[in-house]
Write a protein that binds this ligand. Structure first.
Ligand code: HEM
Length: 629
């Protein structure tokens, strides 16, 4: 019903019914009725999609909000409120509320392809428009970066950044940090009184150390010391980005910030963090220009040229600066320090939590899919061997791990760390499939629904890496549009895709290659399984907030193994986590001792953990909340 007619009919009803009332009663009833009508109108306005988009099916606003408030897993919300609407939609388009606006969501691969590919018709919405002076606005220096910029500025930034992300990958760096990851888990197991190991925090530290070092040569060393000044500051700064109050009401973060002294504190903290990154950029520029001068001097003197650093050993910041220098149309002055700062901050947000989530879900899926885990481990061992020392896989070896690659891809299908794209805006009236899209509508690609679209993926909820076999289900989608979009699509696809895939492959292959006794059948415990399973007594996942916990309850393991063999459990973790380079002597000692380990206890250890794997707690705890979408 139209708003005017609601008001009119309400007033008529009141007039009719109020004839017999006293004057004060009349005033009270009229005021109450007007108040109730206005509340109803406001409620209707907020909870209904705009009139011009009424032709597109929409999900229940109240249902979705209740789901968010109850922190229901995203998959539950999707199945309950979204799937039935998609089923009724001819083009697979549906409307869903997000903050203050209603977006159109795309679930058909053909239409996703159109939106992703037609960058001029559907440019990214400027999400930073109302964020001047806010925390997030300061963090990403408004839109002066690859992620938020649009049009010619985005093209310029992407051209400068492309070579930096397409040169050789820092695989060695990934491997070195994986070793540090193992030894920090080992240390925590032996020194932790509560005997709890939060795997998600280890992975968060691992990906932070990697992105800090590979991004701009900064060593957070969070794996060694997660309470250092820099790590704590980084945690505080990034956590504050997600504060719901200021996320939903940006003006409180700028004009009304004086009302929130605690928020002022984090703004200050952000200032210190940004100053630190600025300093790193300034130092980098200085050292690069000094190196350049020295090189020119050597050439002028006719001295032999010193071999340049390999691209795989340079950080992204260096590569960006060098790329801008060699770009045909731009000199170094075109890449301002502000732009570099903004991009470094974006690298953190785009490349840290995403990879952590992908790694955690990989481990979760292998823990509950034993056969797949076994197969992945066999492949890794067939390529890296099964010796007693740690192996750092080479890029060639990684490229042979086809099955591991398939498992990673399947994880990203079923648990896309970026479940929806950032909104695009229709720059003019147009048709998307059979549906009219008015100018100014905002459009989002719903990766989760595309990845679970049963027209393209058989039994979509099933974890099945074989979909990605050559000539398999995924290949058969050719010509059906974009059926697989964990890294987005079109020219704005994820620039860090190769980086993220290599980082995961390197770390996960090393997980799968824990040394074990080369020839002993009796000692055929599955180390990848043991570690994966042991790590997953509990796993909780909250979207965009890797506060989830994957926990090893060591005391429980010790109980299973029995007091007599307690030492063996400690031994197991120590011997399998310590990097061999740092303890060659230790490894030799371990090798001679290995014969004496009672194999029965190891088998028991393994079997019990495998049983624990299926506990309901683990499955129930796979929570995904979609509060931030
Ligand atoms: C598993 C890990 C990752 C996933 C799933 C992922 C996913 C995505 C997706 C879906 C987009 C497109 C968003 C859109 O179109 O709205 C994107 C863009 C982007 N990603 Fe990633 N990403 C990952 C890791 C990384 C890493 C490691 C980096 C950097 C080192 C990175 C940097 C970026 C940047 C800069 C963009 C914006 C590109 C542009 O607009 O030109 N991402 N990512």
């Amino acid at each position: 019903m139209e708003t005017n007619s609601i008001i009119l009919s309400t007033l008529k009803t009141i007039a009719k019914k109020s004839n017999n009332l006293s004057r004060p009663q009349k005033i009270l009833s009229i005021t109450t009725a007007i108040f109730a009508t206005l509340t109803f109108i406001l409620f209707k306005k907020t909870t209904s999609p705009p009139k011009r988009l009424k032709h597109i099916p929409s999900v229940s606003y109240v249902g979705m909000m209740l789901g968010y408030l109850k922190a229901q897993p995203l998959m539950e919300i999707t199945k309950k409120y979204i799937d039935p609407v998609i089923a009724k939609s001819p083009d697979g388009l549906y409307m869903r509320p997000s903050r203050k606006i209603w977006n159109i969501y795309v679930t058909e691969p053909e239409l996703a392809k159109i939106v992703y590919n037609k960058n001029d018709l559907f440019p990214k919405l400027d999400l930073t428009a109302n964020h001047a002076g806010t925390y997030s606005g300061k963090f990403s220096a408004r839109s002066n970066n690859l992620f938020f910029s649009t049009g010619a500025e985005w093209k310029r930034q992407r051209r400068i950044a492309n070579p930096a992300f397409h040169s050789a990958m820092p695989t060695n760096l990934f491997g070195q940090y994986t070793k540090k990851l193992f030894s920090s888990i080992a240390k925590s197991i032996t020194s932790n009184d509560s005997s709890l190991v939060d795997l998600s925090s280890f992975f968060t530290n691992y990906t932070l150390d990697v992105i800090g070092d590979a991004g701009f040569g900064f060593k957070f060393n969070s794996l060694q010391d997660s309470t250092s000044e820099y790590v704590l500051r980084y945690d505080k700064v990034t956590e504050a980005l997600m504060d719901p109050l200021f996320f939903f009401f940006p003006s409180l973060d700028a004009e009304y910030i004086w009302l929130f002294p605690k928020r002022q504190e984090v703004h200050k903290e952000l200032g210190v963090f940004l100053e630190m990154v600025r300093e790193i950029i300034a130092q980098k520029r200085l050292s690069l220009s000094e190196k350049k001068k020295l090189k020119e001097l050597a050439i002028a003197r006719g001295e032999a040229d010193t071999p340049s650093e390999k691209a795989s050993e340079k950080d992204i910041l260096t590569l960006l600066i060098e790329s801008a220098e060699t770009d045909e149309n731009h000199d170094i002055s075109d890449i301002s320090n502000d732009m570099l700062l903004s991009n470094m901050c974006v690298l953190f947000t785009a490349g840290h939590d995403t990879t952590t989530a992908a790694l955690l879900f990989f481990i979760y899926e292998l823990a509950i899919n034993q056969e797949i885990q076994e197969k992945a481990r066999k492949e890794i061992i067939s390529i890296l061997g099964d010796g007693t020392t740690d192996v750092l896989p080479t890029p060639e070896q990684l490229s042979k791990m086809d099955y591991l690659n398939m498992v990673i891809k399947e994880t990203l299908r079923l648990h896309s760390p970026v479940p929806i794209s950032s909104p695009r805006i229709a720059s003019e009236d147009c048709m998307l499939g059979q549906t009219f899209i008015p100018k100014g509508s905002t459009i989002v690609i719903d990766a989760i629904s595309i990845h679970r679209n049963s027209k393209y993926w058989s039994s979509p909820d099933l974890f099945n890496p074989d979909r990605f076999l050559p000539g398999g289900e995924a290949d058969q989608h050719a010509g059906s549009g974009l059926t697989y979009v964990p890294f987005g699509g079109g020219s704005r696809h994820c620039i860090g895709r190769n980086f993220a895939m290599n980082e995961q492959k390197m770390m996960l292959s090393m997980f799968g290659d824990f040394p074990q006794k080369p020839d002993g059948d009796d000692l055929q415990f599955n180390s990848i399984g043991t570690v994966f399973v042991a790590s997953l007594f509990l796993l909780e996942w909250f979207e965009y907030k890797p506060a989830g916990k994957a926990v090893i309850e060591l005391s429980e393991i010790q109980q299973l193994v029995g007091d007599d063999n307690k030492w063996n459990v400690d031994y197991f973790f120590n011997s399998h986590f310590l990097p061999s380079t740092e303890c060659l002597e230790g490894v030799q000692a371990i090798q001679s001792e290995i014969e004496e380990i009672p194999t029965r206890s190891l088998q028991l250890f393994q079997t019990k953990l495998y049983e624990a794997r299926f506990s309901d707690t683990l499955l129930e705890k796979d929570k995904r909340s979609s509060q931030w979408l």
